[in-house]
Design a protein around this ligand. Sequence first.
Ligand code: NAG
Ligand code: NAG
Ligand code: NAG
Length: 379
Amino acid sequence: MQTHARAKKSVRGGALPLLLLPGGGLHLIAIFLHWGLASGACPCQDPDLCAPISGARDFEVFVFDVGGKTWRYYDWSQITTVVIFGKYDPELLCYAHSKGSRIVLNGDISLKKITDPSVRAIWIRQKIDEAKEQYMDGINIDIEQRVKKRSAKYYALTALVKETTEAFHKEIPGSQVTFDVAWSPECIDHRCYNYSAIASSCDFLFVMSYDEQNQMWPYCVAAANAPYKQTIAGYDNYIRMGIKPKKLVMGVPWYGYDYTCLRLSEAHVCSLAKIPFPCPKAPALQVPYRTIMNRENSSLSGILWNEEYKSPYLEYQDSNGTFHQLWFDNPKSISLKAAYVKERGLRGIGMWNADCLDYSGGSVSQEQTEAMWEALRPK
Ligand SMILES: *[C@@H]1O[C@H](CO)[C@@H](O)[C@H](O)[C@H]1NC(C)=O
Ligand SMILES: *[C@@H]1O[C@H](CO)[C@@H](O)[C@H](O)[C@H]1NC(C)=O
Ligand SMILES: *[C@@H]1O[C@H](CO)[C@@H](O)[C@H](O)[C@H]1NC(C)=O
């Protein structure tokens, strides 16, 4: 499941401005320089807040924002970088900079197109201009496309990351360029990238340690989104291929999967299909943590714990009488992963996404929300 890619659909693309030119013709003009610069005055009350953030803190807390205003309630004492997947919000920029946190763009492009080096150059130019006009501090490249090893796309992607990093570092001093990778480097979801080359040419990788059931499905039963052992094995694989732990930020899910069970046994096995093979692809819905917590009281089970996966789950019956099993992460499972981050010396931790929590301010939800942020701090 392409979690990030899916969210991006709602996002304003890097649209090129349409201009009506004298002569009556409608021309599509890409203004790679100075687009919007005329109105690009610093939006912050204190103009110093428009300066790029530079330097690195010891521990990275890397946050994805998908829009809205709930960023006001994030735990800013921890955040080092916010990736903007929603609409650009100048208020968020000024606030983040006042806390010493970076605000970065997200970037995606069809790999088919970028086998042409000039297309890469144009894309990079556009992204740098967009970042500069908005006083942003870098870019998170999120390419979740299939690539065959040693194909034209394989080399083009490696080049894209290297060229983007060099250009950003040169043009926006102190800027950060990061790249999102699957939970393991073993061609997960057909993404056979040159991970070691990509890691060494950007600032760090954000490892999306979730959606780990996509490839598995040995049996058609519901299972954890990010089982502990499997998650850790992914990092061991990245490190074994020569990537330094300080180049890896662990991504944890602040969402879970709601499975509709065909049968639910007393041993808590939620079967998804009559026939074991082939298993239906992704017979589950993504749900944010706040929704899961609201289900707790009306669940049949309360929150259960699976020791094999080191993951919480719960079971409920919908209004049609159908059983559901919901697998997710909570402060208990996330703390275990955060402890690994510290012990293994990874660069930091982050989540998809920060807006999955309940920021409405009720006393129960506030406690649950604080506990999720707190779980990111390795003890
Ligand atoms: C991947 O990148 C590394 C480091 O740049 C390089 O040594 C290696 O040959 C590349 N792998 C392939 C298959 O091209
Ligand atoms: C669940 O029930 C407990 C105990 O009755 C209550 O304190 C809590 O507010 C309820 N939680 C939600 C999300 O309704
Ligand atoms: C109950 O079943 C109806 C008819 O199949 C379906 O449209 C509806 O979405 C179901 N409700 C739930 C909560 O799954």
